[in-house]
Write a protein of this length. Structure first.
Length: 153
């Protein structure tokens, strides 16, 4: 009898856990009004740029959902990449921009991510920047363009 009672208790706890898990899952109901974030592109490729050049880019997105979209955080994988994002709610159907500034003083491959967190159904989106920063080419010495012939001594 004790075994049956113990088994029933374990079964009750398992069922309670499953029921709680189902309650925590958002319902996929078409009538629910949720924001949704849709980016025009998830990757920005700087290509080959020189040290010290402009490292700014923009990621354009749209609220394709049916409620106001609120970006709660944008964080980069490294301190050399600084994102800035709109703090005000974005209405359904409206576009906005996340600006990213990469420090091009660092020479080498660019392979960084920006994680965008929001209240959207797709609440976490990862953006990526790629490219390569090369040293500036050295400036050649100016040539004598005065038109006068060179004198050799």
């Amino acid at each position: 009898m004790k075994k049956v009672f113990s088994l029933l208790m374990v079964l009750a706890f398992v069922m309670a856990g499953v029921a709680q898990n189902d309650a925590d899952q958002p319902k996929k109901n078409k009538k629910v009004k949720n924001p949704e974030i849709t980016f025009e592109t998830l990757v920005h490729d700087y290509g080959e740029i020189y040290q010290g050049e402009n490292g700014e880019c923009e990621f354009v997105f749209k609220n394709t959902g049916k409620a106001d979209l609120i970006l709660t955080n944008c964080r980069s994988s490294c301190g050399c990449t600084v994102p800035s994002w709109p703090k005000d709610p974005i209405a359904p159907g409206k576009k906005a921009v996340i600006k990213v500034k990469y420090n091009t003083q660092r020479i080498g491959q660019i392979n960084k991510t920006i994680t965008v967190e929001s209240n959207a159904v797709n609440d976490r989106v990862v953006l990526k920047i790629t490219g390569n920063v090369s040293p500036k080419p050295s400036e050649a010495a100016p040539e004598n363009n005065s038109g006068a012939p060179k004198v050799n001594n």
